[in-house]
Design a protein around this ligand. Structure first.
Ligand code: AMP
Length: 114
C-alpha cells in the first residue's frame, strides 16, 4: 500500500535501519526506541493488524515470532529476555496499520502497561 509507512520502508522508498530481511519478513529498529533494544518485525505482505489474520497465515506468523526471538537473542537479550508486543487497533495502541511485533529489551520493563 503506497500510503503505508512500513510498506514504504519495505519498498526502500523511505529509510529504515534494517536488521533482517527475507522473502516474507523485514525487521528494523524502531525510530523512537523505548528500550536499549527496540525493533519491529513485520510481514512484507500488507496485513493491517493481528485481527486481519486468516487461518492460512498461521505459518507466516510462526516464522515471524521465531525470527523475533532469534533476533532478540542476537541483539543480546538471550539471557535476560525481552518483551514481544503486538498492538491492535485503537484500544490496543496501534498507530501504524501494518501488522508488527515490537521486541523490547535491554532493561527491565514494567507490567502492567498504563
Ligand atoms: P504501534 O504504536 O504499535 O503501531 O507502533 C508503531 C511503531 O512504529 C512506533 O513504535 C513508532 O516509533 C514506529 N515507527 C513509526 N515510523 C517508523 C519508521 N519510519 N521507522 C521505524 N519505526 C517507525
Amino acid at each position: 500500500m503506497s500510503d503505508c509507512i512500513f510498506c514504504r520502508i519495505i519498498a526502500g522508498e523511505i529509510p529504515g535501519k534494517k536488521i533482517y530481511e527475507d522473502d516474507e519478513l523485514l525487521a528494523f529498529h524502531d525510530v523512537t526506541p523505548q528500550a536499549p533494544v527496540h525493533f519491529l518485525v513485520i510481514p512484507k505482505r500488507h496485513i493491517k493488524n493481528i485481527m486481519e489474520l486468516e487461518s492460512g497465515d498461521s505459518s507466516l506468523i510462526g516464522r515471524l515470532l521465531y525470527r523475533a526471538q532469534a533476533l532478540a537473542a542476537e541483539l543480546g537479550c538471550g539471557e535476560k529476555g525481552a518483551r514481544f508486543v503486538i498492538n491492535c487497533k485503537s484500544d490496543g495502541g496501534q498507530t501504524v496499520d501494518h501488522l508488527h511485533c515490537h521486541v523490547l529489551g535491554g532493561r527491565p520493563l514494567d507490567w502492567p502497561p498504563g
